[in-house]
Ligand binder design. Structure first.
Ligand code: TNX
Length: 675
């Protein structure tokens, strides 16, 4: 489908549905102009996107440009056939576009305004510095016919556990638009904070947010900002669990008599709203009514996840209510609650969305199910006639590499999962039929913020989110991991030009750890590390007040340098092992830098806890070099060092350990080197 010569020219992400590439290029000069035609050209989003295109292009290329739009014959000629429907962007709005670069001109055509927005991003990605002869920038000749695989391509962002101020949200929206994501799922309330100003129920933010919430003006501003970039905003108010921030201000909503406090730690609380009181529904009706006006999207997320039934089970009053309403268990009670919510949402013109757990035999088919548990629940819901979204496998807070998320497909059961089912003698669920497949609307990456802050948020999102965006947009057949990483590296660069801070903020954080000056040795040491995977860090040590300012917070989830090293080891092991020099050089570099940073780790209190990982890394580097130099290695000791490196110390993993393990364990070396 794409060969490397094409990729060298076109670092597109997500990869388009159809593309053919020619030989020539169209240069970008100070004569660059844009013309617009078609009734859709007057769309405010299109106009604003065109203005942004000029400034982004001139920043990218250094070519001075006035944002002049001409009637016809621009270097970039935009034709947009139709105007959009009135009102907010809707699920399924047409995003298709064609981009043709030929005869000195770029022609972008779309049926509807959103297609122009998507096409402009592809255009900007395709502007690259000339490699041969000519100075300056150009667009290679190519033809793209593009459109999304799925109509719902989102990011769910938790702003409750740690608040994310408006500017940081906007920056995230810029990045989302750049990789053609179209839904910002705003997880606005949870046990640790209620983050929206309610005028009707002001004690929500007054008692439930520590003063960290969005004013209604800020919400409107963000919603408009998202709309201008072709992104829908779906708010989530998580109920009836994950709602401990509601009850300090409104204790009547609670199941118990209190005391009611917002949660200072993490995990699943016992606090749960009382679904048996009419006053609870009057309150929710008032809140949903108010919030429905603030969030114009047709969908409204009610959460519904991880309800701890303990308080319900212990309340005689609630048990009596359940008997009276023939509700067999807590799931039944939650289903009753959801039924009431659905009525309220419908009254306010909203479609309901909830996490997996809302699925219940009585749940009306109009509710959208967001699956965080996996393809099985996704497929089951789709087969039962619900529209569904996949989030399992796309959890960015798990600190997994981009390749792992990239491999997750809504239509494929992950091999490890299938294996486990087989072992347990459980049936492998059949993938959706073409008819039920249509119920799968797409997916959402999820970023839970227990252990992230606005400061390092970008590094937790990017660039991995771009790989997930490709999974949702591009054809299912686009799966080449090597190509993904190549394009991801370039995408990462230009996302930063767009203003994202995934690298720069971590550099500043490490500078702070080092005491003010940038420490190249600390950076080099850090480049061999990764944060512990999964929820290994969640084990009760953290409060919302714990500063997230340690080395583990200041390194990316995935180390490019370590991945490159591990890949080099693979190549070395797979070939005749004749050229160890490059690997030795890298290991001795890491060793020297880590030795150099040791005094800093010992003297700076914020870095003390990284010292054990440094010792482990040094051991790993030494063993690696000994093996590569054919020196005798005590394999038991080496293996112990590797096990240590793969086990988290201060939440840090030595990310080159897998490469060294392969050096030791791959047959040729072990035969000659083992004692
Ligand atoms: C589960 S996934 C949650 C979140 C947590 C996350 C990580 C889901 C719907 N709920 O509330 O943040 O685990 O701890």
């Amino acid at each position: 489908m794409f060969h490397t010569a094409v990729l060298a020219l076109l670092p597109l992400m997500p990869w388009p549905a159809q593309i053919t590439v020619g030989q020539a290029v169209v240069p970008i000069t100070n004569q660059f102009s844009i013309s617009m035609q078609g009734v859709g050209a007057s769309d405010d989003r299109v106009r604003a996107a065109v203005v942004r295109t000029f400034s982004r292009l001139s920043r990218q290329t250094g070519v001075p440009m006035f944002p002049t739009v001409v009637k016809s014959g621009g270097t970039l000629e935009i034709v947009v056939e139709s105007r959009d429907h009135k009102g907010p962007q809707r699920l399924g709005d047409d995003e298709r576009y064609s981009l043709e670069v030929r005869d000195g001109r770029v022609r972008l055509s779309a049926d509807a305004p959103l297609g122009v927005l998507r096409g402009l991003e592809t255009f900007l990605q395709s502007v690259t510095q000339n490699t041969s002869g000519m100075p300056g920038f150009s667009v290679p000749e190519f033809t793209v016919h593009d459109g999304p695989r799925y109509p719902w391509r989102g990011l769910s962002l938790d702003v409750s556990r740690h608040f994310v101020p408006t500017d940081d949200v906007k920056r995230t929206l810029d990045g989302m638009a750049a990789v053609k994501l179209n839904v910002f799922h705003w997880h606005l309330s949870d046990d640790q904070g209620f983050r929206v100003e309610s005028k009707r129920f002001p004690r929500l933010q007054a008692y439930g947010s520590d003063g960290l919430f969005y004013t209604q003006a800020e919400i409107r501003d963000v919603v408009a900002y998202a709309r201008a970039r072709g992104i829908r905003v779906v708010p989530e108010f998580d109920m009836p669990g994950h709602a401990a921030s509601w009850t300090p201000g409104y204790p009547n909503l609670a199941t118990t008599s209190g005391p009611h406090e917002i949660l200072r730690g993490f995990g699943i609380t016992e606090a749960v709203l009382d679904p048996t009181k009419e006053s609870t529904y009057r309150f929710i009706d008032g809140l949903v009514g108010e919030m429905s006006k603030l969030f114009p999207d047709e969908f409204f997320h009610i959460g519904g996840d991880e309800v701890n039934p303990k308080q319900w089970n212990q309340s005689g009053k609630i048990q009596a209510f359940m008997r009276k309403h023939h509700l067999a268990n807590s799931e039944g009670l939650q289903a009753y609650f959801n039924g009431r919510l659905l009525k309220i949402l419908t009254k306010h013109g909203k479609q309901m969305e909830g996490w997996d757990e809302v699925l219940n035999p009585d749940l009306p088919k109009s509710v959208v199910i967001q699956s965080w548990r996996g393809q099985e629940s996704l497929w089951q819901a789709a087969a039962e006639g619900y529209r569904t979204l996949l989030s399992a496998g796309y959890y960015l807070d798990l600190m997994q590499p981009a390749s792992q998320h990239y491999a997750i497909d809504p239509l494929v059961l992950p091999p490890a999962r299938a294996e486990r089912l087989q072992k347990q003698n459980k049936p492998i669920p059949p993938p959706p039929t073409p008819a039920t497949e249509r119920n799968i609307l797409g997916g959402e990456a999820a970023m839970w913020e227990e252990l992230a802050t606005a400061e390092n948020l970008d590094s937790r999102l990017w660039p991995r989110l771009a790989a997930i965006a490709e999974r949702f947009w591009s054809p299912q057949s686009v799966t080449d991991v090597h190509s993904m990483y190549e394009r991801l590296a370039m995408t990462n660069g230009w996302l930063e030009w767009l203003g994202l801070t995934q690298r720069s903020n971590l550099e500043l954080m490490r500078q702070r750890l080092a005491g003010g000056e940038r420490s190249p040795a600390l950076d080099a040491f850090a480049s061999a590390l990764e944060p512990v995977k999964g929820y290994g860090r969640h084990a009760g040590r953290y409060l919302t007040s714990t500063p997230l300012n340690r080395l583990v917070d200041a390194i990316p989830p995935e180390s490019d340098a370590a991945r490159a090293f591990n890949n080099d080891v693979d190549a070395f092991v797979a070939s005749d092992r004749s050229q160890p020099a490059k690997l030795i050089e890298k290991l001795s570099f890491w060793q020297a830098q880590t030795e150099a940073v040791l005094p800093l780790l010992q003297s700076r209190s914020l870095l003390n806890d990284a010292a054990p990982a440094a010792q482990t890394l040094l051991n790993v580097c030494r063993y690696g070099q000994m093996i590569l130099r054919h020196e005798t290695v005590d394999s038991a000791a080496a293996s112990a060092a590797l096990t240590q490196a793969e086990t988290s110390e201060s939440d840090l993993l030595v990310a080159i350990a897998p490469g060294i393990r392969r050096l030791i364990e791959a047959p040729a070396v072990s035969a000659s080197n083992r004692q």
